[in-house]
Design a protein around this ligand. Structure first.
Ligand SMILES: NC(=O)c1ccc[n+]([C@@H]2O[C@H](COP(=O)([O-])OP(=O)(O)OC[C@H]3O[C@@H](n4cnc5c(N)ncnc54)[C@H](OP(=O)(O)O)[C@@H]3O)[C@@H](O)[C@H]2O)c1
Length: 310
């Protein structure tokens, strides 16, 4: 009997310790921790590479990184738009800005060729931001197979193969300081929205990929020092998500500031923007049925907004 009650006390204490640790690390991450993004400014002329950088979160992140002192390699699909962002960044200061064009939704790119022009550059940050899906509002058998394939290319394969092609030089950069690869995910991976199954699953793929790649770089051989992080993103006001700006749905600029401020925070999967983290937590503690119907209601709203914007 005594052994049983001791075991209960021990479990209680362990749970309390774990809850306290989570609470204090949350307070530290969102309210106290100073930004350490400058730790990635090391070696000769450091660069950040941002995909999907001609608009939305990618563009805002590129601008914020340039304000923090990074040279930039931008990726986009529309050369005119990317060129405009490059000029905007150059006008902010004396940064070197380069760019490349590739439609991420299409498969079959030669990634070695895409990164060839940058192979001697000291890239210390890679933000795999590009991703998305065609919004049909249909079940998967009402969506063309090619559009489902596009989603996987766009959100998963492009970042995966780009990272693969860049890894040797990222390891090289990691010989003189920290190097980080980030995958921009989505809260949809945790809340299972109807009509977005493949997109949500494509983001869950990134979370597993990111954690596993970090271990890959660490074990069986000399650790390379290249680190990975998966970012949970809730709603952000962009052309791709034309919602009203609120505290839960910040502008891309507000979101990008939070993203950049938390680069190198030491967590492997996290929501850079505090209200998104709170929303994610609330949904995780709700009973499944209630959470699912809340998410279904949000999807109705998202689909209506999307229809209005096209
Ligand atoms: N906004 C949100 O509410 C939200 C929520 C969760 C997750 N996310 C994730 O955050 C990331 C950025 O989202 P966002 O809302 O900023 O996106 P966005 O505004 O729709 O577009 C961002 C960028 O991606 C580029 N892009 C789009 N399709 C492309 C393609 N097939 N090939 C190459 N580039 C392409 C766009 O180019 P153009 O300028 O040519 O259009 C633009 O530069 C995505 O991974 C998305 O899944 C966003």
């Amino acid at each position: 009997m005594v052994v049983f009650s001791d075991a209960i006390t021990l479990v209680g204490l362990l749970s309390l310790a774990s809850l306290s640790y989570r609470f204090f690390s949350t307070v530290w991450l969102y309210l106290l921790r100073p930004s350490t993004v400058h730790h990635y400014l090391h070696g000769p002329s450091p660069y950040a590479l941002v995909t999907g950088a001609s608009d939305g979160i990618g563009k805002a992140t590129a601008l914020e990184l340039s304000r923090k002192g990074f040279n930039l390699i931008l990726h986009g699909r529309n050369e005119e738009k990317v060129k405009k962002v490059a000029s905007e960044i150059r006008a902010q200061g004396s940064r070197d800005v380069r760019y490349f064009i590739a439609d991420a939704a299409q498969g079959g790119h030669n990634f070695a060729n895409l990164v060839q022009p940058y192979k001697d550059l000291n890239i210390t940050l890679l933000i795999n931001n590009v991703g998305g899906t065609h919004m049909h509002g249909e079940r998967i058998d009402g969506v063309p197979e090619s559009h489902l394939q596009d989603t996987v290319n766009w959100s998963d394969m492009f970042g995966l193969f780009l990272t693969r092609a860049l890894l040797p030089q990222l390891r090289q950069s990691a010989t003189h300081g920290p190097v980080m690869v980030q995958f921009v995910g989505s809260i949809t991976a945790d809340i299972f929205p109807p009509r977005l199954a493949v997109y949500a699953a494509s983001k869950a793929f990134l979370r597993t990929l990111s954690r596993s790649l970090e271990n890959d770089e660490k074990v069986w051989g000399t650790p390379t020092g290249v680190k990975f992080a998966y970012l949970t993103v809730g709603e952000v006001q962009t052309n791709g998500q034309p919602c009203e700006e609120t505290i839960m749905s910040p502008s891309a600029d507000t979101f990008a500031k939070a993203l950049v401020a938390k680069v190198g925070c030491g967590q492997k999967a996290y929501a850079p923007y505090m209200p998104h983290a709170l929303g994610q937590w609330v949904l995780s503690i709700l009973p499944e049925g209630i959470a699912d119907s809340f998410v279904a209601d949000s999807m109705t709203r998202a689909l209506a907004l999307h229809k209005k914007s096209i």
